[in-house]
Design a binder for this molecule. Structure first.
Ligand SMILES: *Cc1c(COP(=O)(O)O)cnc(C)c1O
Length: 428
């Protein structure tokens, strides 16, 4: 493939944008080489500035679960734009998407919309602290909850790719209120509660981790966390920015039958526009301004274009029968195919999968937490990534990311991908 125009565009971008990108993991630092510039996308495919076509397994890092340029979303955005793009006044669309989201997700009574997953998690933590009148939070190593200060402690994916889990600029004062636990290790969490009695406001978790590859919760882990939080009067926050509206209509809460006190959303909920949201019971959500004392705001929050896109997306997911089953079946098919060809080529690997989240780790050991995720062979991953790129398959340029499967993939696309992996495996 020729990447001439992408290389030129990147050189120009580097002069005016730090690292040439507006979000670090796009820069290919984890895999080497220079990023590919996107020109357009449709369905399961993305086209770059040199007119190369790729089967896309990033899908804007999750939102495009029904494919790129999904007509109902595009039509809704175009139609809305003609009536004005932002008002700073409430619109009917905000109530509509709130009603829709609340009807799909269990255990939530009220929802507030923001502009990113980062904002959703950051606001949920402030609300949890204000509501419980406690300062400390527990997060898990390898879980990512956006780039706000409290969370940049062993944050997985982007942060891990660069080996700078603790960013300069995050003060000691902030860091001391974030306690770190090992994913899937309930004893570890119990011990943290014991040594910080009455001080922990909330436990925040990706109920299926997706920012250290895909790491499922062990049987009973989420329900044990629920029981522990109840016993300690702490809130349980599910960060469903990745899993929400992907694993099931009601996300991981529905899939695992565990109730969270606060739930964070992003990615799919905005249909590809910048949207995040956080939700909970009346009692907790009424603690937010203007009803309650916890302040949270946003000039562009509930933006009409973003809400129109989100409504079109959620409506499609809500009314397409069997959509989540179909996504799961496609991913399971890919899982079986990759498993077969990697075995045939004597590659050492582990595949993790939950529904339409899947990751390939170049290590024989089970990947159950951040420590085991980090054991994967990064040199092999880099070769794998660039090999697939040459075959026209675009996966995330980081060994710490789940693949984001889209319903737009056909079984022919999946077979093409499996064949490409077979070819690349012979070179590893
Ligand atoms: C992507 C992600 C975020 C951050 O969302 P942004 O929209 O990038 O700010 C937070 N939590 C999880 C689990 C995510 O995957």
């Amino acid at each position: 493939m020729i990447y001439q125009r992408s290389s030129q565009l990147f050189a120009e971008a580097e002069k005016v944008i730090p690292g040439g990108v507006n979000s670090p993991v796009r820069a290919f630092k984890g895999v080497g080489g220079t990023p590919i510039f996107a020109k357009s996308a449709k369905g399961a495919y993305v086209y770059d500035e040199d007119d190369n076509r790729y089967i896309d397994y990033i899908n804007s890092w999750g939102p495009m679960v029904l494919g790129h340029a999904f007509p109902p979303v595009v039509d809704a955005v175009v139609a809305r734009a003609k009536s004005g793009t932002s008002f700073g006044m409430p619109t009917e669309l905000e109530t509509k998407i709130a009603e829709l989201a609340l009807s799909m997700v269990p255990n939530i009574d009220k929802i507030r919309f923001v502009n990113s997953g980062t904002e959703a998690c950051m606001s949920a933590i402030r609300l949890a602290r204000g509501y419980t009148k406690r300062d400390k939070i527990i997060k898990f190593a390898g879980c990512y909850h956006g780039h706000s200060d409290s969370f940049l402690i062993q944050a997985g994916s982007g942060a891990s790719t660069f080996g700078t889990p603790n960013s300069p600029g995050v003060t000691q004062g902030t860091a001391k209120d974030t306690l770190l636990a090992n994913y899937n290790d309930i004893e570890n969490v119990t011990a943290l509660f014991e040594s910080n009695k009455g001080e922990i406001a909330a436990v925040i978790i990706e109920p299926v981790a997706g920012n250290m590859g895909c790491v499922p919760p062990k049987e009973g882990f989420l329900s044990s966390l629920r029981a522990l939080c109840d016993a300690q009067d702490a809130l349980l926050i599910f960060d469903e920015v990745m899993t929400g509206f992907r694993l099931a209509k009601g996300g991981a809460q529905e899939l695992y039958g565990v109730k969270a006190d606060l739930v964070c959303f992003g990615k799919v909920i905005g249909g590809g526009l910048p949207v995040g949201a956080f939700a909970g019971t009346h009692e907790i959500m009424n603690y937010l301004a203007p009803l309650g004392p916890v302040y949270q705001a946003g000039t562009l929050s509930g933006n009409p274009l973003a809400m129109a896109a989100g409504i079109a997306m959620l409506q499609s997911l809500n009314t397409t029968a069997g959509i989540f089953k179909s996504l799961e079946e496609k991913t399971a098919y890919l899982h079986r195919g990759i498993d077969k060809v990697l075995k045939e080529n004597n590659i050492v690997f582990t595949i993790n999968r939950v529904g339409s989240m899947i990751s390939v780790h170049f290590d024989a050991e089970p990947v159950v937490d951040f420590a085991t995720a980090k054991k994967g062979d990064n040199a092999t991953f880099k070769q794998f990534f660039h090999g697939l790129l040459r075959e026209g398959i675009y996966i995330a340029p980081s060994a710490y990311e789940t693949w984001f499967i889209t319903e737009a993939l056909s079984y022919e696309d999946l077979d093409f991908t499996i064949n490409a992996i077979n070819k690349v495996a012979k070179t590893l």
